[in-house]
Structures are given as structure tokens and as C-alpha cells.
Design a protein around this ligand. Structure first.
Ligand SMILES: [Mg+2]
Length: 216
């Protein structure tokens, strides 16, 4: 199969995932700025697998505005991740060289903050390699639009001018989002996903981005 474009997830694909304790601290600080002492459940709800329903329920329980809380949570996340990147704790994977070498239009669709994706592109000098990129804006609406919703993949495909594209990610929600957008998926089984069992079959499964060289 050959493709006209490839779209990548960021975390766990291009850069290493962010230290869980750092993100948890950033979420706890967001609650603290609304004078809320969060339970473990509250914190779990607003971490990576957040849903709009979960977010609204937590905010209702503590009498805080979901939009204002979420803005604080997401800007805290962007702040701490910039620091992690700057201090070398969120490096690029070595096999990103294979992505740089791919001679076709490329994009990024991440559930991380758009500001974080932008910082990654600048910090690692990757801007020239990606025609388009999307992360989330710090709004409740963009929580609704995150993967597995096809919203941002659809937008990237419009920018890339093709629907004959492959989406590469390291999570089940990446595989689902690709299929929701009607395109093929590649599941990247990095060491942190060694034991992952997917309920949706990806089109391909790889252990390294170098496999893309043959495929596309
Ligand atoms: Mg990922």
C-alpha cells in the first residue's frame, strides 16, 4: 500500500511520554488555584483520559466552572511540559530520523495541548518537516473533539489535501480515531506498550518508526 501523506500522534511516537507524576502535580495545582483539595478520584478524572462528562461532574462537585478550571489545568500542563522538554526529560525518539527522511507530506495530530506541540516543533527543529499540526486548545469543546473523535485528523487531512493517508499512534484511541476518519492506522508498539491489548485491530503494527520507510 502506498500513501500520499502520513499523520503522527506525538506522545509516545515522536517524543517520549511525559512523567505521570509531573502531570498529576500540574493537575493538583489547577485544583489548588480554585481552593480545592482534590481526591485521588478527582485527579484521575482530569488526567489524560478525561471526558467532558467526567470533567463537568468533578467541577459540579466542587462548585467550580469547568471552562475556567480546564483552562488552568491545560495551561499548567503546557507549562510543566515545556520545562520537561527544556530540561531533557521528554526527548525525541532516535527513530524520528526515519520520519525526517520520509519524502511525502506529513502532519501531527496530538491530544496534548497545541501550545505543547508547537514548543516541541520549535525546540527540536521539526517545523520544516510537518505541513500541518494540531493539538487541543485549552477549552472544554476541544476535550470533546479529542481522539478517538476524528475531528483533528479530518482537519489535518484537509490541510494535506488527501484522504489517502496513514495515521501512526501508540494508543487504542489513535487506531480508533484513524478508523473513525476512514483512514488506515499503524500501531507503534513502543516498550511502554509492550503488554497493551487493543480492542480494535490496527491496519499495521510496528515496533519502530523505521518500518515506515518500507511501507510508504
Ligand atoms: Mg500517544
Amino acid at each position: 500500500m502506498s500513501y500520499d501523506a502520513v499523520v503522527f500522534d506525538n506522545d509516545g511516537v515522536l517524543t517520549e511520554i511525559t512523567d505521570w507524576a509531573v502531570l498529576r502535580g500540574a493537575a493538583a495545582d489547577a485544583f489548588a488555584s480554585f481552593d480545592v483539595d482534590p481526591s485521588d478520584d478527582d485527579l484521575r478524572t482530569v488526567l489524560s483520559h478525561v471526558t467532558v462528562d467526567g470533567l463537568e461532574a468533578v467541577c459540579a462537585r466542587h462548585g467550580i466552572d469547568p471552562e475556567a478550571f480546564w483552562y488552568r489545568r491545560d495551561t499548567n500542563y503546557a507549562d510543566v511540559q515545556r520545562r520537561e522538554i527544556r530540561d531533557g526529560r521528554k526527548p525525541l525518539y532516535d527513530d524520528v530520523d526515519a520520519v525526517r527522511a520520509l519524502d511525502l507530506p506529513k502532519g501531527i495530530v496530538s491530544s496534548n495541548q497545541h501550545a505543547t506541540v508547537e514548543y516541541i516543533l520549535s525546540h527540536y527543529g521539526l517545523h520544516d518537516h510537518f505541513e500541518t499540526y494540531y493539538g487541543r486548545q485549552p477549552t472544554v469543546e476541544d476535550v470533546r473533539r479529542k481522539k478517538p473523535d476524528a475531528h483533528f485528523i479530518d482537519r489535518a487531512l484537509v490541510d494535506l489535501g488527501t484522504r489517502n493517508a496513514l495515521y501512526v499512534g501508540d494508543s487504542e484511541s489513535d487506531v480508533e480515531a484513524a478508523h473513525n476518519a476512514g483512514i488506515d492506522s499503524a500501531f507503534l508498539r513502543r516498550p511502554h506498550r509492550a503488554d497493551a491489548v487493543l480492542s480494535t485491530d490496527p491496519t499495521y503494527e510496528f515496533e519502530t518508526l523505521a518500518a515506515l520507510t518500507e511501507l510508504v
